[in-house]
Structures are given as C-alpha cells and as structure tokens.
Design a protein around this ligand. Structure first.
Ligand SMILES: *C/C=C(C)/C=C/C=C(C)/C=C/C1=C(C)CCCC1(C)C
Length: 261
C-alpha cells in the first residue's frame, strides 16, 4: 500500500514530534539528571524509548496492513504512546526523588489497561461478529481491578480490602478470556493465527499481569519491598504487557492478511 504524505503527517509525524518534544522538554527542565550507576533510572530510560519506538512501529504497520486490522494496531500504538508519555514523567520522579511514581503508574494503567482489554474484543471483531457484552464485561473488570487497588495504595481504603476487590476484578477478567464468550468465539471461529495470538495474549494477562498484584502484596501487605527492585520489575513487566502484547496482535494481523493476499 502506498502511504500518502497527508496521512503520514497526520498519523505518524505529528505523534512522534509530540513525543520527542515533550520528552526533551522534561529532561531539560528536570534539572537533576540520570546518575551513572542508577540502573533503575536506566531501565526507565530504556523502556520509555522502547515504548516510543513501538508506537512508531504500530502506527506504520496499521497504515501498511490496514483494513479490518487497522483499529487493533492503532489501539496497540495508543497503549505504547500513552505509556511512553507517562514514562517520561515517571523517570523524572525516579531520578529526582528515588521514589516509586505510583500516581503516574495508576493514571497510565487507567488508560492503557482498558485499551489492552478492548484488544481481545477487537481482534475477534476483525474476523467475526462478537457480542458487545464481551467489550463491556472486560472494561468493567478492569475498573473493578484498578480503582480499589489505587484506593488501597493511596490510603483511601484499607490495603487488604483494596487488594481483595482488585483481585476479584482480575479474576473476572481471567474468567471471561479463559471460559467466557470471548474464549468460545476464539476457539470456534478464529483462524489459526488469531487463535495463537489470543492464547499468547491471555497468558500475558495471567502471568505478565501477576507482577502488579505481587508488587502490591509485597509492598503493602508483607512488610515492604526494595523500591529499586520493585520499579525494575514493573518496568520490565510493561515491556511484555504493552510492547510484546501489541506484537502478538501484529502477528495475527500480518498472518491473517498475508493468508488472504
Ligand atoms: C500496562 C499496565 C498494565 C498491564 C497494568 C496492569 C495492572 C494490574 C493487573 C493490576 C492489578 C492489581 C490487582 C489484581 C489487585 C489490586 C492491586 C492491583 C491494582 C495492583
């Protein structure tokens, strides 16, 4: 497919300029810079750049592959775009204070986690008709998981209660993608490549996502963790849960499209 100049500016060049300028502006105004030997700081820097690069890739690929896969790929790009922006701020918090940027993480999650969930609906909707209930159940599950979790961490709710309700939200999501309507549609109607990526995505939500409640548990309920270790683990988890997750979708889009070409 030919990519025309207007589309290129609108979808690719503009978001990239925004990302680049905001990142540089923040680094300049931050004052305190990354210290040599600050490995947690390095991981914040690496992940923010990897997320920015992944955004470019998903946007380019959504233009190239396009068609019914354009929406899923665009949403993958939105996830990495939103996360890259938050990482620019989070790394500042880290290098300036050595604290965990909890509020930024939750604001990021509040936007990116529902978008990641919607991907389950979108990849199925790209190949067949899916009931809207799938979309709503997954969306509600994410809110039940995140809002009490935030309230627990921020002190608006008892930490154990916040954790308990959040775990129920996560369990509800896992039930839907393993045994609910979405899983049945995937098993009965999806072509092999889409099934493969559905399986990878669902295990990411199980194993990759377990990092965050584990961090919460050890941080607040089991006597506290080392903030450095906690942040490196969260940062690496985001590579799997945001970038690799997007690549699983890209794989399905690519296979499904070349199978029909
Ligand atoms: C890109 C960011 C992602 C995928 C973040 C995911 C976050 C979670 C899966 C958080 C889960 C939590 C629970 C299951 C219990 C309550 C505490 C939370 C919010 C950390």
């Amino acid at each position: 497919m030919r990519i025309d100049a207007f589309k290129f500016i609108k979808y690719i060049a503009l978001p990239i300029c925004l990302l680049a300028t905001s990142g540089t502006a923040l680094a300049a105004e931050g004052g305190l810079m990354l210290q040599s030997g600050d490995f947690v700081g390095y991981s914040f820097w690496l992940i923010s750049m990897a997320l920015a690069a992944a955004t470019v890739f998903f946007l380019m690929e959504s233009l190239r592959i396009g068609g019914k896969w354009a929406t899923s790929l665009t949403v993958s790009a939105l996830v990495t775009f939103i996360a890259a922006f938050h990482y620019f701020y989070m790394r500042e918090v880290w290098v300036m204070s050595g604290d965990t940027p909890t509020d930024f993480r939750y604001i990021d999650w509040l936007l990116t986690v529902p978008l990641l969930m919607i991907e389950f609906y979108l990849i199925l909707a790209a190949i067949t008709k899916v009931a809207g209930g799938v979309f709503w159940r997954l969306l509600i599950g994410t809110l039940v998981m995140l809002v009490p979790g935030y309230m627990g961490e921020a002190g608006y709710l008892n930490v154990t209660v916040g954790f308990g309700i959040g775990m129920l939200g996560w369990a509800f999501i896992l039930y839907e993608i393993f045994f609910g309507e979405a899983s049945k549609v995937a098993a009965n109607e999806a072509p092999a490549a889409v099934q493969k990526s559905y399986t990878l995505m669902k295990w990411t939500v199980t194993i990759g996502w377990s990092i965050y409640p584990l961090g919460y548990f050890f941080g607040y309920m089991a006597g506290g963790t080392d903030v450095g270790v906690l942040n490196i683990v969260y940062n690496l988890a985001d590579v799997l849960n945001k970038i690799a997750f997007g690549l699983f979708i890209w794989y399905a889009a690519n296979e499904d499209t070349s199978a029909k070409a």
